[in-house]
Design a binder for this molecule. Structure first.
Ligand SMILES: [Zn+2]
Length: 473
């Protein structure tokens, strides 16, 4: 047995520790020198800043109106403070005007609500007078929001009031009452329709799936509102019951309405990247020429494929497309669709949007529905126990809408849905049809699309890079 003196052991440990520290320092220096591109968080900050400016230029509704209300242009533009949600720090030093928010309570008057924002005396009277030119102050309702901006932080100085937005409780715009600056008329406000109870702030988020989507987002510090928006997008592409796996990575770029450092609501998800063990995809939202906002892959194909795969919840594929021995007729016969076995009464969803062209009882098909879709496709659903209410030929059907319920009417041995797809009138294999990509951005708009989604895609990549550098990946 050997004897170590405690002094020698501790001296040895100190030397070892010093060597390790030195090695780590050298490794770090080498790491930074070897990086071609800076992956410091500052880069992300710069991106957000650029993005903010882009949006300020791109959104005409936030610009001052040009018709005869030129005075407003002298107002400081609403300043947005993007925050880095990876670190939880605000990215810009705060040049913000002082903001205050209030909500109209039960039995409240506009007078009282303004008082709670420390707007008193002449400024208050001027605000109410301006509001009266557009709306009746007595018709203010509980739940409506007031959002005020002041040039100073002192609650005593009502004269520093720059603007008040009186907005409805939910989504939508309200009335903006904005100070007329630089005139010689003294204290004066003008009202105009429009304005949000706060300002939009673009956020980035990287979140690891650690359970259901709602729980995962909650653990990443976000509420149900965001989970609802994200679910709507993810379910365009994946089956939320089976494709969401622990450890999958979700990256989001989204806008939220913020007032006085409080989140009023999640507004929209503008970009997302899902990197999972079952599925991987990137989506960016884009407003089409017609005005509808849809989500596309970076290449410009709709995130949602042409057809819903999950027509009958929990169904088992019991027969495929092609020649088979018919179970009742006992002879070889082509099977012009697939069979999905499920209990009687299980809802059946429309495979894609379109127009209902048949809803009837038809011999071997039993109770059946046929829907005409775009691009030469139609789909058919046989052996239903009953039809969904209010569905008649000529009616529009939404993608995924419930059109009927599983049954065993017609030539059928057990409850199942027979699902068929035709292209140009000819039956095709539905399992192959499921791979049909969704509609694409029209060629003439492709350039505009790519230009418009570029900053969002850059931001998504940037977040991944920062997350990897910080070892969050
Ligand atoms: Zn069948």
């Amino acid at each position: 047995m050997r004897n170590h003196s405690p002094a020698r052991t501790s001296a040895g440990a100190s030397v070892l520790a010093a060597v390790i520290v030195l090695a780590v320092m050298i490794a770090n220096l080498w790491f930074w020198w070897s990086q071609e591109e800076s992956i410091a968080p500052m880069d992300l900050i710069g991106r957000l800043e650029v993005l903010r400016q882009d949006r300020a230029e791109a959104k005409p509704e936030t610009a001052a109106p040009t018709t005869k209300l030129k005075d407003w242009e002298k107002l400081p533009a609403a300043v947005e403070a993007p925050a880095d949600r990876l670190s939880g720090r605000a990215l810009t030093p705060s040049p913000l005007p002082e903001e205050r928010v209030a909500q109209v309570g039960q039995g409240d008057t506009l007078d009282h609500a303004l008082g709670r924002l420390f707007i008193h005396g002449a400024p208050k009277a001027a605000v109410i007078a301006a509001y009266r030119t557009l709306a009746d102050p007595r018709l203010i309702r509980p739940g409506q929001r007031l959002f005020a901006q002041f040039s100073t932080a002192s609650p005593m100085d009502a004269y520093s009031l720059l603007s008040v937005v009186i907005a409805p409780e939910g989504r939508g715009e309200g009335v903006s009452i904005v100070r007329v600056l630089g005139g010689d008329q003294g204290l004066q406000f003008r009202a105009r329709p429009g304005g949000l109870a706060g300002h939009m702030q673009r956020q980035v988020l990287r979140c690891t799936i650690t359970g259901g989507l709602e729980l995962s987002l909650k653990r990443c510090g976000h509420g149900r509102g965001l989970s609802r928006l994200v679910t709507a997008l993810l379910s365009l592409r994946m089956d939320m019951r089976s494709d969401l796996k622990m450890g999958d990575q979700l990256t989001l770029v989204f806008d939220e309405l913020v007032a006085a450092d409080q989140r009023i609501r999640y507004e929209r998800v503008v970009g997302l990247r899902y990197a999972g063990s079952q599925t991987k995809f990137t989506g960016v939202s884009w407003q089409e020429h017609k005005g509808r906002v849809a989500t596309f892959t970076p290449e410009g194909t709709a995130l949602e494929p042409m057809f819903v795969r999950d027509l009958v919840y929990g169904a088992r594929l019991s027969s495929v497309f092609g020649m088979r021995m018919h179970p009742i007729l006992r002879k070889m016969k082509p099977h012009l669709g697939i069979d999905l076995a499920a209990p009687t009464g299980t809802p059946i969803r429309a495979a894609s949007g379109g127009v209902l062209i048949a809803r009837k009882r038809a011999g071997a098909a039993g109770k059946m529905v046929r829907i005409r879709h775009g691009r030469g496709f139609s789909s058919e659903y046989f052996h239903m126990s009953r039809f969904a209410r209010g569905l008649y030929p000529g009616k529009k059907v939404r993608r995924g809408q419930i059109i009927g319920y599983v049954g065993t009417t017609g030539r059928s041995t057990a409850p199942h849905l027979h699902f068929g797809v035709r292209k140009g009138g000819v039956h095709v294999d539905p399992l192959q049809a499921f791979d049909t990509p969704g509609k694409s951005v029209p060629t003439r708009e492709l350039l505009a699309f790519k230009t418009s989604v570029k900053p969002v895609l850059a931001l998504l990549s940037q977040i991944s890079t920062v997350a990897k550098a910080r070892g969050i990946d």
